[in-house]
Design a protein around this ligand. Structure first.
Ligand SMILES: [Zn+2]
Length: 130
């Protein structure tokens, strides 16, 4: 049923069935990622929660105060962008699908998009477009 070939958990290269990684280098990279994640996960989750909540509050506040809503929301977006760039921890399902190297890369792209979105909202607000 399952005709998928086994792939390196880090880079996604095809490997033989008795292995998890294609090379020592990939194993080292993956281990350092998992160690870094284990060390920083709780702090990251707390900050992530605060600023995601911050975006929710900003959207809510926007209907009363456009300034606080727009500026607050864009600052939260920029901070989340930086946060995901320093702590690029993809969801397990993404790691499973894209393998670690690519999943981290995608997470960093999402981080840049969030940061750019924050800058754009701030800019649009000061230009009086929103
Ligand atoms: Zn590999």
């Amino acid at each position: 049923m399952n005709t998928d070939v086994k792939k390196c958990r880090y880079c996604g290269k095809e490997i033989s069935y008795d292995k998890m990684y294609c090379s020592e280098q990939c194993e080292k990279e993956a281990n350092s990622f998992f160690q870094y994640r284990a060390k920083t996960q709780s702090g990251f989750s707390a900050l992530n929660g605060i600023f995601v909540l911050g975006i929710g509050i900003s959207i809510f506040v926007y209907s009363f105060s456009r300034t606080i809503g727009a500026v607050g929301g864009s600052i939260c977006l920029m901070i989340l962008g930086l946060l995901y760039n320093f702590f690029p921890f993809p969801a397990e399902i993404m790691i499973e699908k894209y393998k670690l190297k690519k999943a981290v890369f995608i997470t960093k792209i999402i981080a840049c998009v969030l940061f750019a979105l924050g800058v754009m909202i701030l800019l649009f607000f000061f230009l009086g477009w929103i």
